[in-house]
Design a protein around this ligand. Structure first.
Ligand code: FAD
Length: 473
């Protein structure tokens, strides 16, 4: 007998390779639903992305005969009510690792059970259910390398699930209008750079993947650390919103013919870093606020709102840091190498709590992800799982010279320094007055002086880390 289902979209805004959707369609007619739940606390850039991604998904559903139902409010009330109203026998949903959804899922499951409606959660966003991967003693991995080994051994991407040709929708259910949610910025409209950079939605995700496999995969291992080169996939927001399945990306990377294997292998390892972050969040649901290593609660952080503001605006006077922060503001994304440099500068040179940086990234990133963001900030701070050692304090000048040797990246995002020669573009404060003059740079006027002397900041950070006993471990 054909049964009706409610398909609840969350971090899986796609039609291809969507097991929850396939299960619903396999049983009969479906009601596709997305709920804008205030408990999610998405940042501004995420809301911008969500608007466009939902518009694309709604269009893709409509082209196949179904209406995507949009509702705003408490998911624990809305989903059971819609399931009852539409006569669904089951609710199908992609499993999510985000802490706020755990309580939601428990409440929804209980409400549905009392109405005799099944609640079926499908593996969708991740390679595994986070509780599936355990170490030899059945415990939780705290270190990436053995975790990744276990993932590589156990994972086989599932075979493709095609986009359905037709979706038999359940009619006559009221929906909000997407425009009424006002997810896009109005005045000021800060999203111009985001519009130029991204095509949210499933089609944009597949295009991004195809481009990367064509031009980026082969030399990914060599190019991925150079922020001035288009050397990484830029798939992170598409993966975060589930516009493309992790299985689809993995399968495609494995199937692409390459001249060498190192590029592919390094890329697959990065996908496993994403998995590791989700795994850590699953086992530590306060990852975004509470340091995993307890003594970090006693770090002598500084309260320096002006310096935090200068960092946020890309006005620290350290070119590679400012380039990264401006890339973030303009495009909603920042290159991974520069995420590490800017985070290290905030936490270590400025001694500002990593949670303040995490919160800013959360608001500005189109790929803001509860797991990857929190785990990465803890990693840079030295208080997370498998974290960078406390004494590894990136020198932003040396990082710039190594990874942006021609200064292309700095010139793109800090145009006021564009005429400086390569040798001094990463440390204009060391340049001869004549060289600055020729390039039209006046420190303190056209470009800020550094917020801090780098050696002084480094010594202060090392002393702070020693004061909490980080050095004695
Ligand atoms: P690629 O190099 O092409 O990698 C492919 C995919 O692997 C990425 O799309 C991403 O899903 C995953 N990946 C790559 N590196 C990492 C990593 N270090 N940790 C987890 N997953 C990874 N990533 C997010 O998706 N969301 C975040 O909110 C986020 N915040 C970060 C904050 C800081 C301080 C740092 C240092 C890193 C953060 N990252 C975050 C990880 C990483 O910077 C981005 O995933 C990467 O830059 C995305 O670009 P890409 O898609 O071109 O990556």
């Amino acid at each position: 007998m054909r049964k009706k289902s409610l398909v609840w979209f969350r971090n899986d805004l796609r039609l291809a390779d969507n097991p929850a959707l396939a299960a619903g369609i396999g049983a009969g007619a479906i009601l596709p639903v997305f709920v804008l739940d205030p408990a999610a606390k998405w940042g501004g850039a995420s809301l911008w992305w969500l608007h466009h991604s939902l518009a694309a998904l709604a269009q893709d559903c409509a082209a196949r005969g179904a209406t995507l139902i949009l509702r705003r409010g408490d998911s624990t009330a809305i989903i059971p009510a819609l399931a009852r109203e539409s006569g669904a026998a089951a609710v199908h949903v992609g499993r999510s690792h985000e802490p706020w959804l755990r309580g939601v899922d428990r409440a929804v499951a209980a409400a549905l059970k009392s109405d005799d409606i099944a609640f079926e959660r499908h593996r969708s966003a991740l390679m595994f259910g986070p509780e599936q991967i355990t170490n030899k003693t059945g415990g939780v991995y705290g270190v990436y390398t053995p975790f990744s080994r276990a993932c590589f051994e156990a994972f086989t991407a599932r075979p493709p699930i095609d986009v359905p040709e037709r979706i038999d929708g359940i009619g006559d259910v009221a929906s909000d209008a997407l425009e009424d949610w006002h997810l896009l910025p109005t005045s000021p409209d800060w999203a111009g750079g985001l519009r130029e950079t991204w095509q949210p939605g499933e089609a944009g995700a597949h295009k991004r993947l195809a481009d990367f496999l064509d031009t980026g995969l082969d030399d990914y291992d060599k190019q991925r650390n150079l922020p001035g080169a288009p050397g990484t996939s830029m798939l992170s927001p598409h993966l975060h919103w589930g516009e493309i399945a992790i299985d689809a990306v993995w399968r495609a990377a494995e199937a692409t013919k390459t001249k060498r294997t190192e590029g592919r292998q390094t890329f697959l390892k990065e996908l496993v870093w994403r998995e590791f972050a989700a795994y850590l969040l699953w086992h530590n649901d306060t990852l975004d606020t509470v340091p995993m290593r307890a003594q970090f609660a006693d770090m002598p952080w500084r309260d320096a709102p002006d310096e935090l503001g200068a960092w946020q605006r890309g006005q620290t006077g350290i070119p590679i840091v400012d380039a990264g922060m401006r890339q973030l503001w303009q495009t909603g994304w920042m290159h991974n190498r520069v995420r590490m440099i800017t985070a290290s500068f905030l936490i270590k040179h400025l001694l500002i709590p990593w949670q303040d940086g995490e919160a800013w990234f959360w608001d500005c990133l189109v790929d803001a992800d509860a797991a990857s963001n929190a785990a990465s900030w803890q990693w840079v701070a030295g208080c997370g799982a498998d974290a960078a050692p406390y004494f590894r304090i990136f020198n932003p000048v040396l990082q710039g010279l190594k990874f942006d040797p021609q200064g292309d990246y700095v010139r793109r995002f800090v145009p006021e320094l564009a005429k400086l020669p390569n040798e001094i573009i990463h440390a204009p404060w060391d340049a001869a007055p004549d060289a600055l003059h020729k390039a039209g740079v006046t420190l303190g006027k056209t470009y800020p002086r550094p917020l801090i002397d780098l050696a002084t900041g480094r010594d202060r950070a090392l002393a702070a880390y020693k004061s909490i006993g980080a050095a004695s471990e």
